[in-house]
Design a protein around this ligand. Sequence first.
Ligand code: NAP
Length: 261
Amino acid sequence: MHCYFVSEFLPKREIVSRQRVALVTGASRGIGRAIADRLVADGFNITISARNSESLHRAADELRDAGGEVFVAPADMAVEGDVIELAIAHDERFGELDLLVICAGVGFSGELGDFPIRKSDVQFVVNFRSPLMLIQQLLPTLRATAALESEIGSKVIALSSITGVAAEPDLAAYGASKAALISLCESIIVAEAKNGVTATSVSPGFVDTDMTEWVRDRVDPSTMIRADDIAIIVSALSKLSRFAAVPNVVLTRPGEQLWRA
Ligand SMILES: NC(=O)c1ccc[n+]([C@@H]2O[C@H](COP(=O)([O-])OP(=O)(O)OC[C@H]3O[C@@H](n4cnc5c(N)ncnc54)[C@H](OP(=O)(O)O)[C@@H]3O)[C@@H](O)[C@H]2O)c1
């Protein structure tokens, strides 16, 4: 018996004639890795980045097995020089950028009253300052690539968090850094749509990855959002025309924890 999928009945959108190019930070594992898998399956050439070179190369080998052209560019998003070098390395390798996915992020929990300011600083650097810098460095490439793709344009997708939308106990500084990212994506839409560049923040509740290990004793990982759920959203966003902007996508676990992490 033949099983029909909904997509078989939908008219196929001719995406682009050239091979599109993406850069994904935090791509060695977790959500970023799931996104890289989906993008390679969608036919993107891709730069993958994270700190650990070994795990990046392992991921790259697997992505190449799936047919992608994959460039490995290790970088620590806590180090300003690394952010700039990442942008340069990507430009030198591909010279184009249809989709910048900012997934590298860090999360520290702790009570608001005595949360160490130093930890808050690190979170803001990795979760907001470096993404802003990376976007600034790559804007000329995003704009130039958007000019090649009059229908789709170029897109920035940044992994925010549901804690950037609704406050969550013990995640005040993390949530604030993610709220900043949501605001940044809106500003990109306002400032750069005329150049064909739009942006979306994706704001999930708990996703079953290494990052949620600290909460597994009270939230069963089998009930968490799947990393591939985020990748499906990113894949869909990458296919939208430049005339549809999606400022923020919230994914919440269903049930009584609606709007909670
Ligand atoms: N998991 C969740 O429940 C959840 C929910 C909402 C939002 N998010 C956000 O989604 C994003 C991905 O989270 P995840 O759950 O996939 O985390 P993860 O499984 O811990 O993976 C994090 C990825 O980012 C890289 N990374 C971490 N710190 C970095 C740094 N300073 N510089 C460069 N790369 C760095 C890691 O590789 P290296 O260690 O080798 O650098 C890894 O590839 C984060 O921005 C997170 O805040 C996660």
